[in-house]
Design a protein around this ligand. Sequence first.
Ligand SMILES: C[S@@+](CC[C@H](N)C(=O)[O-])C[C@H]1O[C@@H](n2cnc3c(N)ncnc32)[C@H](O)[C@@H]1O
Length: 365
Amino acid sequence: MIRRFYSRGIPVIVGARNFPTPPCIAPKNTKAAKRSPHSKAMNPALETLALAFREHSDPAAPALFLGAEPHPNLLRATAWQPIKSRADQCVAAGMTMADDPQGKFPTVFFLPGKSKEETLAGFARAHDLLAPGGMLIAALANTSGAARFEKELSKAAPLLFSVSKNKCRAFAVGNAEPWDTSILAAWRSLSEPRLIPDTTFTVVPGVFSVDHIDPGSALLAQHLPPSLRGEVADLGAGWGFLSHAALGKCPNISRIDLFEADARSLACARKNVTGPVEFYWHDVTSGLPGKYDHILTNPPFHTGQARDIGLGHAFLTTAARALKRGGSLHIVANRQLPYEAHLESLGLRPRLLAETGGFKVIAAM
Ligand SMILES: C[S@@+](CC[C@H](N)C(=O)[O-])C[C@H]1O[C@@H](n2cnc3c(N)ncnc32)[C@H](O)[C@@H]1O
């Protein structure tokens, strides 16, 4: 369904008929260009974004894609993607990546992440990267609050169009007229790094446990044996809490390698953890580059909004393969997560160290 919006009786839509049917703009001769968009399950919000682009945007104009994922019709956009596995998919599809996009773009596409703050801060960021007369097109699943965010965006600037498809919504605003300055300033301020209350830990919107120390991780820190020594890995290190705690508690640790998929979290960890540490923007499910005396993890068990125990299991499998002989793995998990059986299937012996407040701490060797 496509809805058009009118300002003072004048259609402000960049309409489907304003452009000839755009050709597929995938670069030729890439694998992704040849692959059907339906050859594997594609994010439905991405499909809806691409549909809105096809209907409403100038296919020849340079574009920036915030939160990029590869789609055959969007491969020419410059891509920003902080999540390692998705960034790797963009690279494999031939997209040009930007760690910190600068300049001005006639079109900015935006697939927001999970949090409200991240989404609103992303709207302001997109605004600041738009060329004069440019257009921002954002898309979200209905279950991720598409209607709510469309309404929020329309408070800053009049909507140009809205497309509902695939249980998702894509919506657009332009910058031919200035956006509401106070809303824009409030959204910009959301992206500023800030401290977790009563701590010295720096975070930014979108990272795990953004306004408090995760109680599960705090429990694991409490039960880490001070005798841990040698080379340690922190899998899914987030903004660095566990590594910081381990270095403070275990004087014989010679180095901790922090592995984290989200570049924003890792940037915070660089500020939060000092000492003998190395930082890796890395997808833990792909394995580790070395072997370790001890491994610490509070494994993720969600992919996007969906519960994904397989991700937690993949973390444990990676950890088991990367332990040196005689090494140990320390895990915290929600009480109901069935990790013990998986650890046993990997040849490890799990031992319960603590169980409280909905969490359990397990040591496995
Ligand atoms: C439950 S959080 C724990 C964060 C941190 N250790 C703490 O205690 O606050 C899990 C972390 O794993 C990261 N993550 C998710 N999937 C990942 C993957 N495939 N590879 C590496 N890190 C991943 C998330 O970004 C998140 O920071």
